[in-house]
Design a protein around this ligand. Sequence first.
Ligand code: GLC
Length: 428
Amino acid sequence: MRYLLLFFLLFSTAPHLSAEEPTDERLEWFRQAKLGIFIHWGIYAVDGIDESWAFFNKYISYEDYMRQLDGFTAEQYDPKAWAHLIANSGARYAVLTTKHHDGVALWHTKLSDLNVVEKTPAGRDLVAPFVKALRKEKLKVGLYYSHLDWSHPDYDVFIRGQYRYRDDPVRWERFLRFHRGQLEELVSQFKPDLLWFDGDWEHSAEEWGAASLSDTLRAWHPPVLLNSRINGYGDYATPEHNAPIVPPEGAWELCMTMNDSWGYQDNDHNYKTPYQLIRIFADVIGGGGNLLLDIGPRADGTIPSEQVDILEEMGRWTHKHSEAIYGTGAGLPSGHFYGPTTLSADRQTLYLFVPHTSDKPIVVRGLKNHVNRIRIVGNGTKIKGQILGKQYWSSVPGILYINVPPGEADETMTVIALQLKGEVDLHR
Ligand code: GLC
């Protein structure tokens, strides 16, 4: 009995808690990064169809899907230009799909011939030169890797309500060895700053061995961050497509497409406007998160001009407003200002992201601090505020009205800095 108890104490792990809590130090660069660029690049760009899901959902047969291997040329692939474009957008990291659910590896894996070196006209490792180019631009390196692999003969896929193989532990062990082996290749060859997992949902944390896997990855490369798609054993949450109204606790990152597709799709021109994306970005950083904005290069490695234009506008805007973005933290709780806000690290500068242009003033309520100065970020213009409703006998602050001169407004989104006397102090 005593031994049984000892066994439980030693080997039971509370669900969703990693054995070693992430230290803030490891997450520091991530918290400060604010913007990352996601890249979905794979053979699905050849026909411009859904990445992996096109055959899983039976929109196309597996054989026809795999025929795209023959058209994946990467002949115009310019990893330096990609990294440069990403750095200029204001992003501080990038995440490249090294292997999506279809199982096609973008690096030269030794564990399967289903890789772009052996099976496509690209004929070379596409991950290595990109990792090098990112590092040259001082960008952090994120590698996307799908746990599930719908091409691997040993993978126990869950389809039409049931598993392909039931109770075949030998097969599953074989698959896990392959899975661990590929991850070992990625970690040892590229020393990623971030492993961006996906596709954990068909198996439980126990089946994936998620607890020991996350420990192993951190043992191989201690600084590596893991997103949460490892059955919850990672470092940060990854909401998708829409910013959560109530920001998650701890570090988080919203991943989002520019149009309606992760990968390149020739007929998808439903792009969000720069204003819409910058507004989403402001909402995200105002809630203390990062935005991982996706691009989908073509099969030849060129990036569609709509995507380049968006990245360039993000770059103009993030450079102009960098003080309100990098080094800041989540802003005010809702109700004080009708728009996103961030706070400087010393909490003495409040940044207001003004979502509209208007000849009417913007309003800040419940701010107890004296405001030393109000200025427009990125152009130095000082503006005056007006405080209404302040009673000398009451500690309740007045309402601060600020007129943003229309001529000084940013063409996409204006940011106002309020230099406060002391750390921000709110009346709720
Ligand atoms: C989902 C999809 C996948 C996409 C990913 C990006 O998990 O299955 O296709 O790559 O989201 O976050």
